[in-house]
Each structure stands twice: as structure tokens, then as C-alpha cells.
Design a protein around this ligand. Structure first.
Ligand code: NAD
Length: 281
């Protein structure tokens, strides 16, 4: 019987641990969330982030800016928040409207307030094995594997997807945990054959139910990062869960797998940032 990795439970455990820590150590943390436009999915993510802050005892400030906000206006706001000593985490909700260059905005965030872990300095630190904020979804996946005692060191890990927010940082984190890492992407020649090498298969391909049993070695651990709504408006992942389930040793469901971990790790970064800023004073 496969282990169903319960991301909801683990994320609740992490939020409870953070809440206790904030309370015991009297940690004064404030996250600022900026949303441009009113994309409904982004509004839900922002609402959930604020709710998690409230639960843990992190203050949150939000800016809901109109769609026609210019790149300069947004960068000016980010820069004023960089200077604001009361704010220790800045998060710009992605995607941004197409007239704004996301890379320029991310680069404008002070690296010590970049709780999403997207700033080139934090990505660079991850790459060379130095301290810095970690991208939340990949960090959440490592936490899931560790809390389920799934060994990583020396194992074959195949990651499908090479995006800057999931695939690439995921590969670097698995490498840091001493896995043997292969990254697959849209130009990979024989995806199924490569994926079947994996002891741990991490899927961030962005295509609903794409990964079937043909891509999975018997007994592999499968981590599904994808989130989609199918034709019946039901949530599903990048993995065909029902098809793959009988063949795996452990798997993350969608919903309730990787998704809740992203916010938990964001909260963790906010607390770390507050502690660091206090230490630097
Ligand atoms: P993306 O679209 O930026 O990247 C998809 C990657 O898949 C690309 O690198 C591409 O090379 C690769 N790919 C596409 N087609 C392929 C093919 N046929 N064979 C091999 N590789 C192929 O997506 P992303 O931002 O990394 O997100 C991936 C999925 O994860 C999406 O469904 C997204 O909604 C979800 N997501 C979930 C969370 C979460 O918190 N759970 C966070 C981020 C993203």
C-alpha cells in the first residue's frame, strides 16, 4: 500500500510550530503582500497568505494595485518598503500584468526581505550552498520528504520541469541533499525512459494528469507539484493519480499534497527574516 503524503497535516504542524515560536520568542514579523490587478487565482493565494499570517501571529500589510500600475510605480513602492524598518518580508504576487517585467521587480526587492526566495542573490546563494531564503514550493517538498523519513541521499531523483520557481531550485535543493539529480524539460528526448530511472520523481510540468504509470518505476516516490482544474472543475495535478497509485511507494495527492506546503514555507521564511533583522540591529 502506498503512503499518501499528507501535506495538509504537515503544513498545519509547521504553522503550529511557527505560531508557538512567534509567541514564545515574541517575534515581531510583518509581511507585505503586493498584488497588481485582480486575477481571481492570485486573489485567493493572497487571501490564504494573509490568513496564515494571522494564524501564526505575523502582521500583514497589503497593497492591491490597479492593473494599469506601471513598472516604475511598482518598483518605487518596493524600494520604499525595502527602507521601511517595520516590514521584514516583501512578496509581489505573480504573475504580474504583461506590461511589467517580473524579473526587474523581483530584482528590486531587498534580498534580506525576499521571502519568496526569487531574488537572484538568494538563488545564487542556493546554487553555491550558502544561507539565503529558499523558494517556498521546493523547500516545502524537501520538508515533506524529511518529515516522512524518505531518504534522499544517494538516490536517483528525476525532476520534470525547469522553471525558475520550481524545477531549477528543486534540482539544487535535491543536490544539496546529496541526491543524484536529472532535470527533464520540453526538449528531453525520451521522457518516460528517463523518468523511470527515478527513486524520487518530482513533477512540475504544468499539464493535467500527464504522468501515467508508464513514467514511473515500481516503488518510486512521486511528488506532484501541478495544480489544475479538470473539465469537471475538479482539482487535479500533473500526475494521473489513480493510474500511478498502485505502482508507487509514496505519493502526494492534489489537493492536499505540495500546495499547502508552499504557504507554510513562506511563513517560515517570514519568521526567519524577522529573526535575522532583529539579530542585525
Ligand atoms: P512552467 O510552465 O513554468 O514550467 C513547466 C516546465 O515543464 C517547463 O520547464 C517545461 O520545459 C517542462 N515541460 C513542458 N512540457 C514538457 C514535456 N512534454 N516534457 C518534458 N517537460 C516538459 O510551470 P511551473 O511554474 O514550474 O509550474 C508547474 C506546475 O506546478 C503548474 O501546474 C503550476 O500550477 C504548479 N505550481 C504549483 C505550486 C504549488 O504551490 N503547489 C507552485 C508553483 C507551481
Amino acid at each position: 500500500m502506498a503512503v499518501i503524503i499528507d501535506g495538509k497535516r504537515i503544513s498545519n504542524d509547521i504553522k503550529d510550530e511557527l505560531k508557538a515560536r512567534v509567541n514564545e520568542q515574541n517575534i515581531d514579523a510583518t509581511l507585505c503582500v503586493i498584488q497588481v490587478g485582480n486575477d481571481p487565482a492570485s486573489s485567493i493565494y493572497v487571501k490564504n497568505k494573509k490568513k496564515a499570517c494571522e494564524y501564526i501571529g505575523i502582521k500583514s500589510v497589503s497593497y492591491e494595485l490597479p492593473d494599469e500600475t506601471t513598472e516604475k510605480e511598482l518598483i518605487d513602492l518596493v524600494q520604499s518598503l525595502n527602507e521601511d524598518k517595520r516590514i521584514n518580508g516583501i512578496l509581489v504576487q505573480l504573475p504580474l500584468p504583461s506590461h511589467i517585467n517580473s524579473d526587474a521587480v523581483i530584482k528590486a526587492i531587498a534580498p534580506n526581505k525576499d521571502v519568496d526566495g526569487f531574488h537572484p542573490e538568494n538563488v545564487g546563494n542556493l546554487c553555491i550552498g550558502r544561507q539565503g531564503f529558499l523558494s517556498c514550493t521546493p523547500a516545502g517538498i524537501i520538508e515533506l520528504l524529511k518529515r516522512y523519513d524518505i531518504p534522499i541521499e544517494g538516490r536517483e531523483c528525476v525532476i520534470i520541469g525547469r522553471s525558475n520557481i520550481v524545477g531549477k531550485p528543486m534540482a539544487l535543493l535535491m543536490l544539496r541533499e546529496n541526491a543524484t539529480v536529472t532535470i527533464c524539460h520540453s526538449r528531453t528526448r525520451d521522457l518516460a525512459e528517463t523518468a523511470r530511472r527515478a527513486d524520487i520523481l518530482i513533477v512540475a510540468i504544468g499539464k493535467p494528469r500527464f504522468i501515467t504509470k508508464d513514467y514511473v518505476k515500481e516503488g518510486a516516490v512521486v511528488i506532484d507539484v501541478g495544480i489544475h482544474r479538470d473539465e469537471d472543475n475538479k482539482l487535479c495535478g500533473d500526475v494521473d493519480y489513480e493510474d500511478v497509485l498502485p505502482h508507487v511507494s509514496a505519493i502526494t495527492p492534489v489537493p492536499g499534497g505540495v500546495g499547502p506546503m508552499t504557504i507554510a514555507m513562506l511563513m517560515n521564511n517570514c519568521v526567519q527574516s524577522a529573526l535575522q533583522m532583529t539579530a542585525d540591529k
